[in-house]
Design a protein around this ligand. Sequence first.
Ligand code: IMP
Length: 423
Amino acid sequence: MANTVVIGAQWGDEAKGKIVDYLAGEADVVVRYNGGNNAGHTVMVGSETYKFHLIPSAILYPDVTPIMADGMVIDPKVCLSELDGLVKRGVVIDNLRISRNAHVIMPYHPLQDRLEEEQKGGKAIGTTARGIGPAYADKASRIGIRMGELVDPKRFKARLTEIMKFKNALIEKVYGAEPMSESAIYEEYSEYAQKLRPFVTDTNFIVAEALAQGKKLMFEGAQGTLLDIDYGTYPFVTSSHTGAGGACIGTGAGPRAIERIIGVGKSYTTRVGAGVFPTELLDETGCYIRERGHEYGTTTGRPRRCGWLDTVAIRFSAMVNGMTGLSLTLLDVLGGLDTLKICKAYKCDGVETTNLPGDWDSITECVPVYDELPGWQEDISGVRKFEDLPANAQAYVRHVESLVGIPVEYISVGPERTQTIVR
Ligand code: IMP
């Protein structure tokens, strides 16, 4: 396996977990580089279902080193509860490594997230309320706490005291909410720190050494390209670098380390939270896709907005990520529909464009231009070879390839590890 980055090509929830799990079996080291417990991965192995928010799902492979790298924001409480759950199910967690540079989500971050959203009223982002944005904002403002500080009692105490003055002033004076107790936080988080200390280290060196030894690395992106802080539909985005570039920024690996970039895209489109969504279906077909695809958030349980596949958006994703291949997921969900539509362009002010306009606000006035294709009625969840797919399903995949200009290397036809077609 070439050193591979797996990223979301849409607005997150592309079923990356499935493909990450599939590829992790071939890797020596799997590095997650962005986001926190705003993510949600479901991995099915045989009759067992595992849900992950923070820990790389590669932990299920005993010979793989899973790394939570520098670019992540880590809620220690969630991390420990996820680890406890894995231990109870007999998973060995000793290989896990957490970067000392990763930032800690402190209890004031989810509070701030909620208060900020409330204050935005009708203009709220629709965040996961996990404190992701405030934690990244503190990182950029240089008032964050890093994992290395959390696990060092003296430094943690001093840093917390320094920051709490500022945080409580913000909570009380700007938001009019109750201040938080510094001593209670210190006590609670010191306990978490003690439990997490054995995992915290300089992960940059592990990554560098693995590269030098010619080991196989997989870099796992969370959320999707259109939620990227720079390339996404700003301001309706998350606060991290979700794209392939994030794999370098968030791990310390140089750009030359990356040999292959797989973009994962659903065979249709979904989005959670507010923001532009040109191919959104507010009709029966949208409901059909939602129910058949179980399109409810793994993290928040929110119903996802559903729509037709938007290749204008995926082409943009392919461009800003330097994508080498696509993984098309949930193709089985589209079964049973008579006609399928694929958005190939937008009509903006009467002019057709195949490029995603950089000004997101203007997209709300654009109308999608669709190609229509006949659907298929067969159940394809048992198919393992491309040639065995119904002709119309094959034609759908080929049409996506021709519109995006990138080969579809993997097709997922069900949640199970084995329900994957490799081309
Ligand atoms: P935040 O990441 O919680 O700050 O949320 C910012 C935006 O990103 C919101 O629209 C969320 O719904 C969206 N978002 C965050 N994480 C995910 C994810 O894992 N899948 C899909 N959407 C997400």
